[in-house]
Write a protein that binds this ligand. Sequence first.
Ligand code: NAD
Length: 358
Amino acid sequence: MTQKIAILPGDGIGKEIVAEAVKVIEFLKADGVLDVELNEAPVGGAGYDADGEPLPAATLALCKESDAILLGAVGGPQYESLPREKRPEKGLLGLRSELELFSNLRPAILYPQLADASSLKPEIVSGLDIMIVRELTGGIYFGQPREITEKDGERYAYNTAGYKESEIERIGRSAFEIAMKRDKRVCSVDKANVLEVSELWREVMENVAKDYPEVELSHMYVDNAAMQLVKWPKQFDVMVTSNLFGDVLSDCAAMLTGSIGMLPSASLDSNGRGMYEPIHGSAPDIAGKGIANPLATILSISMMLRYSLNNEAVAQRIDDAVGKVLDQGLRTPDIMSEGCTEVGTAAMGDAVVEALKA
Ligand code: NAD
């Protein structure tokens, strides 16, 4: 059956990098290994320009009837003075909440060819492949009550960090399902020595683990997890954690690789429908110059095939093609190093398509 992909290029370099990912999809369609229908719609600043809203109703409707969504990036200086509810980021937040995308997958992968890009020693990070699964729609970012008020004659502010058992269970299941497609190890990160919410988190993770006897579950306090990520990151396979801890740890893990132009991400609902996007933003400083790295977006397609469209073989083919292109020494300026050949956005996309043919 034909699967539907919504294509949302967004703003800035979003349009340039998504065009390269579409090239890859069109090649795989022509090659007969993908049966997908692509439908493009505006979001973010582009949504505001087209329809006065960062998430136009037609874009949301298209996403709701699609099996997966590919997003470029949103935002730009020209939109920063808009009222908050009209700003591009609202388009992203709207999609996450409307589609109930509660499971945020943030891989930190370092191709051995790019080990020099990391600020850590090559032997610590070369070949790194971690998947951080962050709960995205609950926890302290959304907990009520929250306010800045007064107490004992001075200003006082507080937030509420809470998780329902069902919320912990569904992110736990998401992490274990992903581990089943990888090295079958889950490390659950919490602060159970101090927080009640973490105590429940740990208990529910233990219960979920009973349904996945092949997967090894371990627990780690978040302070230790931060240290271990920098000390010996290759010890981790899948890491599952709450919204707040995941926010911090996933950025830390991303930076282990030293190249944000290489990292894809996914946000999934409980049925495996997902939105796939590079972790970087719209990079207004290089937009329109044809030099943005499209590989994070191309790798978002391979994540989409793996986690929403159930096509591991083609996902692996894309990953291998990206590896081949790096082996050939082709680099966009952000990952350029001595002895390599500098190429622009379109040439990099073309090279991946050529590598897919081989
Ligand atoms: P950014 O990720 O856009 O850029 C940070 C730096 O990385 C810039 O120097 C940029 O040139 C470079 N860079 C990013 N992606 C690259 C790529 N593919 N190839 C080569 N270099 C790349 O972050 P920022 O500058 O803080 O934000 C710019 C805009 O993007 C803002 O409006 C921000 O709100 C938005 N933003 C959007 C998302 C998203 O859509 N998910 C995420 C982060 C930021």
